[in-house]
Design a protein around this ligand. Sequence first.
Ligand SMILES: [Zn+2]
Ligand SMILES: [Zn+2]
Length: 441
Amino acid sequence: MGQGVSCSRSSGEHEFYSAVQSGDLQSVEAALQCEPGLIHRTTIYDRLSALHIAAANGCIEVLSILLDRSVQPDVVNRHKQTPLMLAAMHGKSDCLIKLLEAGANILMFDSLNGRTCLHHASYYGYSDCLQLILSEAQTASLAESWGFARFVNVRDDNGATPLHLAARQGRRDCVHILLENGGIVSATTGTYGFPGSTALHLAARGGNLDCIRELLAWGADRLQRDSAGRIPYEVALKRGHGACAALLNPSAAEPLVWPSPLKFISELDPDAKALLEVALMEANREREKNILKGTKYSLPSPTHYDDGADDAASVTSDVELCCICFDQVCTIEVKDCGHQMCAPCTLALCCHSKPNPTTLCLPSPSCPFCRCTISRLVVAMPKMNMDEDSGDKFGSPKLRKSRRSQGFSGCEGSSSFMGILGKLGRASGRKNEPDDLMDKP
Ligand SMILES: [Zn+2]
Ligand SMILES: [Zn+2]
């Protein structure tokens, strides 16, 4: 080969990898000009290619020129890990996007634990990467060949789904995204019918209160036993996670469960969904307060709770109060009949019965005002001062914001309705307990 002194093999290779790692585009190009073969070489021990190094370090420019020079996007290292997996492990979403554009395969398994890029994104808690991979999985080819639902619940060599890993590591956002995309909340790590741990067991083990809340709100079963015969409550107790144990105690009040089996709930627009989700969190937080009352545990302050309590009260007179609780502002409208109510009341209406265990179907609730069956919910249009907001059908963003914070913040403190909500949650739980325990055909 006709290279000069600076292109001697060992030093050239070392300089090349350093340049890739630091994202030094000029040096990378110079090195490749000098010795084009470098692009296909790997490090000696870990067998990392330049593409792996660029992806792990988020060097998007270097990654791009490597891909432009037709480097195979799915080249694997010593542990059969692809650059895509490394980007997911390190949260390098730019590189992840670029690799996906270049045709990287999301359904590759590494040889360490048989994990996919979805496992890695969940384990390390990079929710943006997780979301990107899930979007990619919805594309026709994978959805057809493997099925989207199967991909979301893909197991590693230990039987762990991405949801198990996210719960174990305390990645609340990832837990949420996975559940929303069809992650099976009751899946166990046991294979071939053997018992194993659920995500709730793993969250209990790690003492991840946020993840426990999230899982319970998606209907995780507090009575399921792991391979050692323990329920999540016992796991939390043994590990000394007192507050978690209090919520997992089967004799404590049951939380409200997000009514995901309802068709119109899965079709909610993002704004209406956000309102109802916050109402659910608030109702369950109220329940938690009651559970933890008298114990030495207190709740940490909510992670993303939009507190608009101060400015809310001043505008209360302008807007219409919910005719069910006379406490909150109407934020949700039943599209079919136009009747409005507040988010907590809407939620209570949707959560008051549990899904039928045999069909996983919820009976559709009906409007409390006219008894018509609810098939669509939208964010309520303000009924006041409409002429001031000419043009925008849904009111100005500012108005909506104040309405929203108002609706939420009113839940803080003990409104009488929260008591009703709590009772509703408990009552429905008690009523349905026999159903849960019995194996009906
Ligand atoms: Zn209400
Ligand atoms: Zn109605």
